[in-house]
Design a protein around this ligand. Structure first.
Ligand code: ARG
Length: 461
């Protein structure tokens, strides 16, 4: 088993079938820069403990620097005979600095503590990229809210017209969900910033190496407190995949609305040409593919976290090779979000809203019926009766085929003597939204306040 990390106790080399199953370089090669960073840190710990002379350390670090340059340039890639990124890089290091020095680096570490650390480093870096992209999307939502401060939308529950709301209020609602995702990434990072390096295969090292030194060198907060847990746990990976899935789900909910708003029937939005697609057969088509792909990829992100949880379920301590299955799903979650988020943000930033169309539809479906009931309450009618009266007015208007605002004085009195013509004061969508002026409500003053708070929360997260 020439060049492998193991083999002496075996009579022969591994079968080709085993090699084909075992090989992970086609997906773990993205960890190569992190593996090299880990090796630098480990070499520093070996030096501090007296296992490398100053000269050896200098040659080791220089060799590792050359490896990183070769990985970055694409000149160094894994060979078909390499089992994983760790073995491939040890081979390459030996080619750089010779077998004697290259062979010293593996002392006191195992691929088990290495891989558990590297995946954290990789995820922390990509979490920062994803957080930046989520922030950009929140910025786009805020900019659209600012550009449409007075636009009114038919607010819906059960997808039915419910009560008019400010478009800005609705857009900012998506901003709050995404802000919580940012907060989740931040909270997750506290747990992710621990270093399992030094845990060895599972039980720790006999060589007196300093795991705190390694953690520091890698920019991590501190070593994992328990070497078995450090090498065998993957909850940090699963939690990341969950947050990624939740971001996907939050995008998918907005995506679904954009798809609806973009239909001829709604006609609330027009997509920019640069963010929509055509049909190969129907020349007139302009499709919301970004929103549909975002919606579809949410399923894939859920699949990744489900798969990871299934891998972890009932897995005994400590390291088992099953854990190699953590990488492809979570790498896919990262790649998926990194391609979906920029496209989604571009689509949102360039959306054009037909605010006249929204305003026309906002009062339809008797969406001001609650305002009538609240007006009666302010006039001293118990809400239970007010609800009945307003409901009866809806029924009368519905059978007359008119809106609430079109009810004649006679019809109002016929429904209830409490309904005087003054009720018409609340039968406008502008009056309706302005009157919902409690904290969190849709009144313009409140929505502007919420926007300030949203911007601050997204920045702080
Ligand atoms: N490639 C493995 C993983 O991704 C790490 C190697 C550990 N291999 C081993 N036989 N202990 O988890």
């Amino acid at each position: 088993n020439e060049g492998a990390l193991w083999g002496a106790r075996f009579a022969g080399g591994p079968s080709p079938e085993l090699q084909a199953l075992s090989r992970s370089t086609h997906f773990d090669w993205v960890l190569a820069p992190y593996d090299i960073a880990g090796s630098h840190a480990h070499a520093t710990a070996l030096t501090a403990a007296g296992y490398l002379s100053a000269d050896e350390a200098a040659r080791m670090h220089a060799g590792l620097d050359r490896l990183l340059a070769a990985v970055t340039s694409g000149e160094l890639v894994a060979q078909p005979s390499d089992e994983d990124v760790h073995g491939a890089l040890e081979q390459a290091l030996i080619a750089e600095v010779g077998a004697e020095l290259g062979g010293k680096l593996r002392a006191g570490r195992s691929r088990n503590d290495q891989i558990a650390t590297l995946v954290r480093l990789y995820l922390l870096d990509h979490a920062a990229v994803i957080a930046r992209e989520v922030r950009a999307l929140i910025d786009a939502l805020v900019a659209q809210a600012e550009a449409h401060e007075t636009a009114i939308l038919p607010g819906r529950t059960h997808l039915q017209h419910a009560q008019p709301v400010l478009l800005a209020h609705h857009l900012q609602a998506h901003g709050w969900a995404l802000t919580r995702d940012l907060e989740r990434l931040r909270d997750w990072a506290v747990r992710a910033r621990l270093s399992p390096y030094g845990g060895g295969a599972l039980a720790g090292s006999t060589l007196g190496l300093d795991p705190a030194l390694v953690a520091r060198e890698l920019g991590l907060a501190e070593p994992a407190q328990n070497s078995i847990d450090g090498t065998a746990s993957r909850d940090v990976v699963a939690e990341f995949a969950f947050i990624a899935a939740l971001i996907g789900i939050d995008l998918s909910r907005f995506a679904e609305e954009i798809i609806l708003w973009n239909t001829r029937e709604f006609s609330f939005v027009t997509l920019d040409d640069a963010y929509s697609t055509g049909s190969s057969i129907m020349p007139q088509k302009k499709n919301p593919d970004i929103a549909e792909l975002a919606r579809g990829k949410a399923g894939r992100l859920i699949g990744n976290v489900s798969g990871l949880l299934a891998t972890l379920k009932a897995l005994p301590l400590a390291y088992n090779r099953d854990l190699q299955e953590d990488k492809e799903p979570v790498f896919d979650s990262v790649a998926t979000l990194e391609v979906v988020l920029p496209a989604f943000t571009g689509m949102v930033a360039t959306l054009r809203f037909d605010t006249a169309r929204m305003a026309e539809l906002a009062p339809q479906g008797f969406s001001l019926a609650t305002d009538v009931a609240d007006w009666l309450v302010r006039a001293g009618v118990p809400f239970r009766d007010a609800h009945e009266i307003s409901g009866a007015l809806v029924r009368a208007c519905e059978s007359a085929g008119i809106g609430l605002e079109d009810a004649s004085d006679a019809l109002l009195t016929k429904v209830s003597p409490r309904l005087t013509p003054a009720v018409r004061d609340v039968l406008t969508i502008e009056g309706s939204v302005s009157s919902r002026d409690g904290i969190g409500g849709t009144a313009p003053v409140r929505v502007a306040e919420q926007r300030t708070a949203l911007i601050a929360s997204a920045q702080a997260a």
